[in-house]
Write a protein that binds this ligand. Sequence first.
Ligand SMILES: Nc1ncnc2c1ncn2[C@@H]1O[C@H](COP(=O)(O)OP(=O)(O)OP(=O)(O)O)[C@@H](O)[C@H]1O
Ligand SMILES: [Mg+2]
Length: 384
Amino acid sequence: MSSEAAIRDALRSVIDPELRRSIVELDMVREIKLGANGVVDVTVSLTTAGCPIRGHFQTAVSEAVAALEGVSHVNVYFDVMDDAQKAALRQKLGRGSLPDGALAQVGAVTCIGSGKGGVGKSTLTANLAAALAAEGKSAGILDADVWGYSIPRMYGLGATRPDVSAARKIIPLEAHGVKVMSIGFFVEEDSAVVWRGPMLHKALTQFLQDVDWGAIDHLLIDLPPGTGDVSMTLAQLLPQAHFTIVTTPQPTAQKVARRSAEMARKLSLEISGVIENMSGFVTPAGERFQIFGEGGGQELADELDVPLLAKVPLTMPLREHADSGVPLVLENPDDPAAQAIRHAARGLIALTPSAPASLPVLPVQQVPAASPSPKPAGMSLPMA
Ligand SMILES: Nc1ncnc2c1ncn2[C@@H]1O[C@H](COP(=O)(O)OP(=O)(O)OP(=O)(O)O)[C@@H](O)[C@H]1O
Ligand SMILES: [Mg+2]
């Protein structure tokens, strides 16, 4: 019968596909018990009970241990890490970060996400970053909506292509005191962008690793709608990022928003708060209309046990400024939407202390060199 040490050694071949390290290295092997007649019990600690890759662990652990001499049967059990164990895991991942990683001087990373599209993520991201700058914090925006990028337009940046520094880093463009990076800077305007699988992963990794973000207090990431590839990839790359969820006030939107919260929780990302957008409209005469209903933001925040950072009303200037390329919070700070966004920015500052923490960027599994053809037309990041 193999020893416990031999079994532990064999488990080094079981890799967590999200964190891309062995479960032994990640301290996820909680217990190994050698029973009678070659029966081995292995308990693996997961970050969340509903871990989507549980099945993967079940199979991989069974196979790795069953291959050892004298093992007749393998039972795989699971438990869930407590907060201290999760903190230890984060710490461990942090130490594995790139020592000279591009985000080493970035204080806090906050992903702005939503379950469904068109709820105002990009508008809020654009204005939140400007509001952070107005609060004296240095800020950057990574437009991670690689298919439907809109930050360049909202910041009046279009025609310019970022330079590459002598150190082969992409220098973000800067407007209204905010550093901005978007795939929109590298593609022909309105061209269809086809990003999938490894290419997408590589592009996002480049945006984090190969962009010279320098020393900034807050990096806001404008996510595409939903809980797809981009969000998953970023969560893998940035396990310590915070997540802020945008929802409209109506209950159906809130249900969809809950899905992105669930995804964030599954990936062990901390949810910092909820912003309710399109929260009523006040006519010039002062009459208030709850166009998209009422109360959804608060309900979601209560359910997730996080603060409601702001209720941002519908105002025409917010839309007009987004289209004209200057954030509303800078040009018309008295607008009720601008005030609500300033409030949200102060909340973000309080919730995501931007100590010069070293945010980990996990090493990304090398994608096998693509055959020459699949590079989508129009795609050429300077570093690609
Ligand atoms: N509070 C608001 N008042 C007025 N217009 C708004 C408000 N919030 C967003 N809009 C407008 O709604 C539209 C959608 O907003 P935006 O593009 O920011 O949403 P999104 O969630 O980023 O969408 P997508 O999911 O497509 O990325 C835009 O035209 C924007 O100007
Ligand atoms: Mg958007």
